[in-house]
Design a protein around this ligand. Structure first.
Ligand code: SF4
Length: 253
């Protein structure tokens, strides 16, 4: 795993600590320090912003639909698309399965990229019907990693969408990361610039206890922070994380 700069210094500081040939002692020291930093960030954000009540949605399928529609658009636009699906009484796997992709595209038009997103939603529905008779309940008993592999194999479902579905619709302990998470983690030297999705997810996933409610709230709080303070042009004065070490050497757009 990519390790933050200051924790590399810890490697040096504790280099005389007895370790086994796999470096296990150092790893546990560093992991404990990362955990402490991640928890401090979480508590500062929760103190400032309070619970975010994610993910908004009345049903499991509505959450999945929202996760597929939310890419590259605001949540307000997703809400309009979901409202259209509800008004047309189409927001169930079965009803969408029988809907033509062009009709679906028209209903979700407010979400933007509606032709692409209609195909993605249909791909999910087709996978559900081809493999699980359209029953979301059949997925409940699946092992989380297996379900993740299957979701990622659906055309148009990337890691952020798959992990959002796992965490928010199926309540599995899967940490969701996004561009906001990357920007904040790099500026706070939690990870090196250029870290990919899996490295970023691993940073949080393996250094926090696997707690669905913690992962749920943490991701939502990072999104709030990214939208209000840690924008491409950072607004550090007054930010909840202002007192923590950070660097703006890396530019984000
Ligand atoms: S705005 Fe500044 S203090 Fe706040 S999270 Fe971003 S880099 Fe950190």
């Amino acid at each position: 795993m990519t390790v933050l700069t200051k924790f590399r210094r810890v490697y040096l500081k504790y280099s005389d600590v007895t370790i086994d040939k796999n470096g296990n002692c150092l790893r546990s020291i560093i992991s404990a320090m990362i955990n402490e930093t991640l928890i401090e960030i979480y508590e500062l954000l929760l103190d400032r912003f309070g619970p975010q009540h994610w993910w908004p949605g009345d049903t499991q399928f509505e959450i999945i639909t929202g996760a597929i529609l939310t890419q590259n658009t605001s949540w307000a636009n997703v809400e309009k698309a979901i409202a259209n699906l509800k008004a047309a009484d189409r927001l169930t796997p079965d009803k969408l399965h029988h809907l033509d992709v062009s009709q679906l595209a028209e209903l979700i038009r407010p979400a933007g990229y509606f032709n692409i997103k209609a195909k993605r939603l249909k791909n999910f529905i087709n996978w559900l019907f081809d493999n699980y008779e359209g029953e979301l309940t059949d997925l409940e008993s699946m092992n989380t990693n297996q379900l993740r592999v299957e979701l990622l194999a659906i055309k148009g479902i990337g890691p952020e969408t798959a992990d959002s579905i796992l965490l928010y619709a199926f309540e599995r302990p899967m940490f969701v990361v996004d561009a906001y998470t990357a920007r904040i983690a790099v500026r706070h030297e939690l990870i090196e610039p250029g870290a990919d999705y899996e490295q970023l997810r691993e940073l949080f996933q393996s250094n926090l206890s696997e707690d669905v409610q913690l992962f749920n709230e943490y991701h939502a709080l990072l999104v709030r922070l990214g939208k209000e303070f840690c924008k491409p042009k950072a607004r550090c004065p007054g930010c909840p994380l202002e007192k923590l070490p950070h660097s703006l050497d890396i530019e984000y757009f």
